[in-house]
Ligand binder design. Structure first.
Ligand code: BLA
Length: 527
């Protein structure tokens, strides 16, 4: 964004994060075309990492920047391997001016073709070099073995919850982050922390909810293409890509697939607000769409797992993605089996004349085992029975009257307040309602609490202003997004799923019949 445009939630989604013109300074970026191997663009970290001034590197052969051996290895691979990204990293020994030979990871890819470029144009080869500082050589034991162990555990996991836990535990042990979370999006891309592995002394984030605006749409789109990103040091000074525009195309270098891409300053501020020193996230995809993220935090300053450890974590993420699809189906089938069992039990109980219908439904297993909720009540044959968070009998009767008057067989809402004010007044503390109405003013009602809405900013967030003035512009702190989201989810419960509503509807048709039979027997008994 131009510096004079204030940042708000709408234009923040327009920040072009794939062309920042900057990288993180933990390595070096060189752009060239393999055919002439002359560097067209480079990051200004060439001075610190390669010991050579930018002017000596630009327009010079790659070998002048990294030494002949490393240049040969890089160009060899670029000309022989079609899918460069799948084979990273390349282990190279770089000739650093004034230092000597230094072992580095070379991470290679072709930049996406710029829009408007001639289709047959030679793609830009992007070479990123990360010094590995003694993390070489990679051994069977510290790469393949942990991944194999993780996969075996993933395979053994019998439920989604177990899958999540296995994933966060292994990603944490592979990468050494202080906290590893599994963050799952809802249909609107609001998210919830559904699993967590963390250092013992850290407070839990498990169960916390965050607004969709924390990860804007263009960031999500990027994460569907590129499955991993590391911000090794949140306090970094970005390094410029020089020149900003590719001299051949006149376009900024597309860093969609870059491992060193500089991240949005807004997101950096967000992480600083959370007290995070280093962050990494791995995409979880379902049918190619972003389903969630494995989000990692480090609190005690910078943290830079090697490319190999990141690749192993990414591999785990993609294996988890594949397992997720089948596990979601399995869990659903299992839940349907359980529901059918509870349903059969309730139907049998409802046919037993010796038990009042209200008591038959509110036992255990009962309504709450059929459809999970915080509370439930039944009014039938003049009796009220309740479980969990339900109001007193009088309020239950008023609710039943209003439902009967509305004349709808099934009522569902995740926002009582918006459906009917007086209904909401009789059900304080509940935000969601699922009800089936029955002949004779009878009904069964499930109640859900408002979803937990909390954001932990790792400090005292309300000490700091939400919007900050910087010269003539107002910078929006990411914290502001939470307030907007709060307006969206205020007074809302978890939604009722299709399967849950179906189960309630099936129960309803059985109960209509049961009430009819009971009525006939009563008449017969009276005769
Ligand atoms: C990116 N926001 C992200 C990312 C995460 C989050 C995980 C991916 C980058 C990374 O790995 O760090 C959000 N991180 C979270 C959440 C938790 C967490 C929810 O740990 C919960 C525990 N962010 C805002 C607002 C804007 C914004 C208001 O809150 C815009 C005005 C932007 N977030 C934003 C942008 C990115 C981002 C632009 C992309 C960063 C990049 O890849 O360049």
């Amino acid at each position: 964004l131009p510096p004079d445009v204030p940042v708000d939630l709408d234009n923040c989604a327009r920040e072009p994060i794939h062309i920042p013109g900057r990288i993180q300074p933990r390595g070096v970026l060189l752009a060239l075309r393999a055919s002439d191997a002359r560097v067209t663009q480079c990051s200004d970290t060439v001075a610190a990492v390669l010991g050579r001034p930018v002017d000596d590197v630009l327009a010079a052969p790659l070998a002048d920047a990294v030494g002949a051996a490393a240049a040969r290895a890089i160009l060899d691979r670029a000309s022989t391997i079609p899918d460069l990204r799948a084979r990273n990293p390349l282990d190279v020994v770089v000739d650093v001016a004034g230092v000597g030979l230094v072992r580095m990871d070379a991470i290679l890819h072709h930049a996406p073709i710029a829009p408007g470029a001639v289709p047959e144009a030679e793609p830009v080869l992007v070479v990123e070099l990360e010094p590995v500082d003694g993390a070489r050589p990679l051994t069977f034991e510290d790469t393949f073995q942990p991944v194999r162990g993780a996969l075996a555990d993933l395979d053994r996991a019998g439920s989604l919850t177990e899958l999540y836990d296995v994933a966060v535990r292994h990603v944490r042990s592979l990468t050494g982050f202080d906290r590893v979370m599994l963050y799952h999006f809802d249909a609107d891309y609001n998210g919830e922390v559904v699993a967590e592995a963390r250092r013992d002394d850290l407070n839990a984030f498990l169960g916390l909810h965050y607004p969709a605006s924390d990860i804007p749409p263009q960031a999500r789109a990027l994460y569907e293409k590129n499955w991993i990103r590391l911000i090794a040091d949140v306090a970094y000074e970005p390094s410029l890509v020089v020149p900003t525009d590719d001299p051949v195309t006149g376009q900024p270098l597309d860093l969609t697939f870059s491992t060193l891409r500089s991240v949005s300053p807004i997101h950096v501020e967000y992480l600083q607000n959370m007290g995070v020193g280093a962050s990494m996230s791995i995409s979880l995809l379902r049918d190619g769409r972003l389903w969630g993220l494995i989000a990692c935090h480090h609190y005690s300053g910078a943290h830079a797992p090697t490319y190999a450890a990141r690749a192993a974590a990414e591999f785990l993420g993609s294996s988890l993605s594949m397992r997720l699809v089948s596990q979601v189906e399995d869990d659903r089938a299992e839940a349907q089996r359980r529901t059918a069992g509870v349903l059969a039990h309730l139907v049998a109980r409802s046919q037993d004349d010796a038990t009042p219908l209200a008591a038959a439904l509110s036992g255990s297993p009962g309504l709450l085992e059929l459809v999970p909720a915080q509370g439930a009540f039944v009014l039938a044959e003049g009796r009220v029975e309740s479980r969990g968070t339900a109001p007193d009998d009088d309020a239950c009767r008023r609710v039943a009257q209003r439902l009967a008057a509305a004349g709808t067989e099934i009522v569902t809402t995740d926002h009582l307040e918006g459906l009917d004010r007086s209904l909401a007044d009789d059900l304080p503390g509940s935000a969601g309602l699922l009800a089936i109405t029955l002949p004779g003013g009878a009904c069964a009602v499930w109640l859900r609490d408002e979803v937990r809405q909390q954001v932990d900013w790792g400090g005292d967030p309300y000490n700091k202003a939400i919007a900050r003035r910087e010269g003539d512009t107002v910078r929006l702190s990411p914290r502001k997004s939470f307030e907007r989201w709060r307006e969206v989810v205020d007074g809302r419960s978890a939604p009722w799923t299709e399967d849950e509503v179906d189960a309630a509807a099936t129960l309803r048709s059985h109960l209509v019949e049961a009430l009819l039979l009971r009525g006939r027997r009563d008449i017969r008994a009276a005769e």
